[in-house]
Design a protein around this ligand. Structure first.
Ligand code: NDP
Length: 263
């Protein structure tokens, strides 16, 4: 039997077990996906080994700590310097980032994107910025404060904070901040955001489960928009296939995981 888990703090709200277990059940696999509260990120690999896991997902706030603890990191995670998926490959712990390709798949219906504005400069912004750049999209980062911009500047991204930003020509605006997650806040003062939206075509909010003030405002400008549900779904599908060495058709996994979203 294979055993998988998600590690995070908090982790009780995570719907990853629901997505993975529904795929496991419908594919008749001998496996189970659990959730594990981990307070100290430094213990992640130890817990992974103690539980004899085959694979795991890592969520807030441990993605960057877990990156440092893997035996090997593959793919775009090497640039992002954060992982959300761990695989046990013959005793060796391999780290991947599936948030980045998951996001890119989620925006596949948005066409002709050349310039993107990312609001926020946390872990999610890192994943999204590198996958956009890998796909030849010009990325600008805009954050409330300047402290977190250093990583992006070092990596060659145009990076601004609210007080030195003066541009409004972007095809897509992506909210990676937690503004609107549990409050009625916009991720940027309304006058600046409205100006940028006037010239944009698309908006994307990584938050899911509620219509955020950011997406509500973008409705007023008739922008095509999406919330973070598909990003969550696709990162899960990619992780599931990594757990099983890419042996399943992604559309089959998608069918079962999408069904679990309705439970
Ligand atoms: P971090 O804590 O790493 O970063 C948060 C960022 O948001 C910071 O740049 C912070 O700015 C900014 N911020 C926070 N509050 C506000 C506010 N009121 N106004 C403006 N800016 C604000 O978070 P993560 O990147 O890890 O996660 C961000 C969100 O993404 C979470 O809501 C998470 O649930 C979601 N997420 C969704 C996924 C999906 O699959 N859909 C996957 C991963 C995450 P400052 O530096 O000034 O403090």
């Amino acid at each position: 039997m294979k055993l998988f888990s998600i590690f995070g703090d908090p982790v009780f709200h995570s719907i990853s077990p629901r997505l993975h277990n529904n795929a496991i059940r419908n594919l008749n696999l001998d496996a189970c996906y659990i959730r594990q509260l981990v307070k100290n990120g430094d213990e992640i690999i130890e817990i992974f080994k103690d539980l004899r896991l085959d694979g795991a997902n890592v969520t807030v706030p441990h993605k960057e700590t877990a990156y440092k603890l893997c035996d090997e990191v593959r793919g775009i995670a090497k640039e992002i310097k954060a992982i959300n998926t761990l695989i046990n490959e013959n005793g060796k712990i391999i780290g991947y980032n599936t948030d980045a390709p998951g996001f890119f798949q989620a925006i596949s219906s948005f066409k002709n994107i050349k310039k993107a504005l990312i609001l926020g400069a946390g872990g999610t912004a890192k994943a999204i910025s590198f996958i956009l750049r890998q796909n030849n999209i010009d990325v600008t980062i805009l954050n409330r404060s300047k402290e977190r911009l250093e990583f992006f500047m070092k990596n060659g991204f145009d990076s601004f904070h609210w007080n030195n930003f003066n541009s409004n020509n972007f095809d897509i605006i992506i909210n990676t901040t937690s503004a609107g997650l549990k409050d009625e806040n916009l991720p940027l003062p309304i006058d600046i955001l409205s100006q940028i939206m006037q010239n944009a075509s698309y908006t994307f909010d990584v938050v899911y489960g509620r219509r955020t003030p950011f997406l509500q405002l973008s409705d007023k400008y008739n922008l095509q928009n999406k919330n973070g549900q598909d990003m969550l779904l696709y990162q899960g599908i990619i992780a599931f296939n990594l757990f099983y060495n890419n042996k399943f058709n992604t559309s089959v996994i998608e069918k079962h995981m999408r069904e679990a979203l309705t439970f």
